[in-house]
Design a protein around this ligand. Structure first.
Ligand SMILES: O=C(O)C(=O)C[C@]1(C(=O)O)C=C[C@@H](O)C=C1
Length: 272
């Protein structure tokens, strides 16, 4: 089986992969963008992909929701990974020597406080957290640091200048596994739904009331712009349930009063 991840070995996606799959028995496709990761599943090159969807400090990755919806993919599993960021550079380099720090956009967001006073450092977005570290090591680049997960400095023989520089020590990223086919197992207790509603008073409240009536526990509601329908939004909700039948009935009822209802996936709650 081939599994696509965003980034290379040493990135958080790679960490998530090692915790979700037996790496000795899967082939890994390292993708430089989320678009490529999705294309890999759509074309059948990879059977599954692991994709970051939200972070507890930086919030939702809306473009990734858009990709899942646009390509009609299914969320078949979720995984919450504890994220810590270490600032690394070539051995001998100190904080004052750095003029640039490169990392993934979401990682830079998660460490914004640390860099507020470091006005000599220019923050630069890169493909993932691990690639700039690999490049610094291979090309022996001075003056440039990278923000990497724990363990990645050792992978590239780099030196840790500062540990755990994220804004909050409680920092988790939620990853989802995406596939072309739905997870048909009975062993599910969470689902992601997407729907649109009429632009009229009370229409969202009616959908939310149906969820309560069917004993669904709403853990997230996210609005997302509808392309080509300017300033109109679709809603993406995560619900958990004890009885799959409750969920099926609720989905039927929600479908009757919403527009373009879609089940984006059923899976096991990663928090229980
Ligand atoms: O660059 C990495 O290490 C990634 O796996 C990407 C990513 C992300 O897409 O949010 C994953 C987890 C962290 O939140 C920061 C970056």
């Amino acid at each position: 089986m081939k599994v696509a991840i965003q980034g290379i070995k040493g990135s958080n996606h790679y960490k998530a992969l090692t915790e979700l799959f037996d790496v000795d028995h899967v082939e890994v496709e390292e993708c430089s963008t989320f678009q490529r990761l999705v294309s890999s599943v759509v074309t059948g090159e990879s059977q599954k992909a692991i994709m970051a969807i939200e972070n507890s400090i930086a919030g939702s990755i809306l473009p990734n929701y858009r990709l899942i919806l646009d390509y009609n993919l299914q969320i078949t599993a979720e995984y919450y990974l504890n994220i810590s960021h270490n600032l690394v550079a070539l051995p001998g380099q100190e904080l004052a020597d750095l003029v640039q720090v490169k990392s993934h956009q979401m990682a830079l967001h998660q460490c914004s406080y640390f860099f507020t006073d470091q006005t000599h450092i220019h923050l630069i977005e890169d493909v993932d957290t691990a690639l700039p570290a690999q490049v610094i090591a291979q090309q022996q680049i001075s003056g440039v640091g990278a923000l990497v997960p724990k363990g990645t400095a050792e992978l590239f023989n780099l030196n840790v200048i500062a540990e755990d520089v994220q804004n909050n020590s409680l920092n988790e990223t939620r990853f989802v596994v995406i596939e072309k086919q739905a997870n048909l197992s009975d062993d599910v207790n969470k689902a992601t739904l997407q729907f649109e509603i009429a632009h009229e008073s009370g229409s969202l409240a009616r959908v939310l009331n149906l969820m309560a009536d069917h004993h669904l526990n709403l853990s997230k509601i996210q609005s997302i712009p509808i392309p080509n329908n300017i300033w109109k939004y679709a809603f993406i909700v995560d619900v958990s349930f004890q009885n799959e039948l409750h969920f099926q009935k609720a989905f039927k009822a929600i479908s009757a009063i919403s527009i373009n209802p879609t089940c984006v996936g059923q899976y096991k709650n990663g928090k229980s």
